[in-house]
Design a protein around this ligand. Sequence first.
Ligand code: MG
Length: 459
Amino acid sequence: MGRLFGTNGIRGIVGKDMTPELALGIGMAAGIHFGGTVAVGRDTRTSSKMLLDALVSGLTATGISVIDTGIVPTPCLQYYVKTSKLAGGVIITASHNPPEYNGIKCVDSLGMECSSEDEDHIEALYFGRKFKLNGWDSLGSIRQADAIPRYIRDIVSRVDGEAISHRKPKVVLDCGNGAACFTAPDLLVRLGCELVTLNAQPDGRFPGRLPEPVPANIQELMRIVKETKADVGIAHDGDADRVIFVDDKGEYIFGDKSLALMAGDILAGRGGIVVTPVSSSSCLEEVVKSRHGEVHYTRVGSPIVARAMYKLGATFGGEENGGLIFPEHQFCRDGAMAAAKMLEILAHHREPLSGLIAGLPQYQLYKTSVPHPPGMRDAIMEQVRKRTAGLRVIAVDGVKVIHDDGWVMIRPSGTESIFRVFAEARDKEKAERLAREGAAMVRDIIGSLEAQASQSSSK
Ligand code: MG
């Protein structure tokens, strides 16, 4: 039995992995799994409607009624499922991937991305192929619903709209031809922004830019922010659960900085727990500690962060890729909520965004990797654990060794035969040295494991 669900639901290439047969089968499996009314949605991809129709056929064939919310950001569907008290939700999206990809993501009744246990259950039903299908008189119904107004109203109610409209920030918004086209311009106008939009026409071929808001893809946004002397640039990924900001000078703000800036603002005067993957920058921990809060580290993956936040009653959480989670709104990454929060922070401070970012603790990250022979992953990891046993380590995902003035993290890739080694320190040389030492240790371990293997085979 293969594994369908990865870190972020099912993903693959349209016509190869992502077929109508797969969507139909997942629809039937999800129908049996959820056992009650399910909301569905999709992004702007050319293949999304084709896959959605197959999915809906599967759901209704098992007697499950479907509410179709049309093209919506993933967090908008999640909010709809939670507030409508439905059994679950399914969205067709490949988030930040290029146009040839698509994916299926399942959401539980709390609006959270399904747990791995839920995904295992859906997978088992899918591969078991023992679907009990309903007859003509007990098929599920299909109706349309507009999930967007309620979602936008909730976000507007959670920020200081008066301060934002008073400041009237000039914003350049890059929707990337994705699902954000249907929500983000409306939200920013309601908040009283002066708005310039880019790529705000939905188009699944992504003619404006690729959906991932990395620096190479949003050069135009960076240039226009600078040229129009805007206060901030905002770029969403394809399903708008993530957001990346550009400062008033046209500089790209990496997600670890926006995460730390927001944590500082949210925890001010109240402290609390912030949840983030173990790979996140020390910048966040330093800011959180200065606000009398504490950081809880998890394995990498936004569903894991969200679930830990739910269990711990966390105040805030997120990842360094611009996926930020505001628990009072909902337990999932939400690009629109994060954008609104950033505008509130700007409205509450005199300083421009570039000044706020410059005021954060500065750290340098250095990344490298070591390839290894296939099948050696666990043995290497065991040796890494042994060799770092006496040191200060966090071992929730690979091993992170904490030094007084930095850290180094060693973890196997989930998809390739390599170990990723990254290190962070106040200065670049120190970070590079820590990463090189970590990589040298992995290479040394591989060498001794290979020597042992050849010895035992020659005996
Ligand atoms: Mg996304």
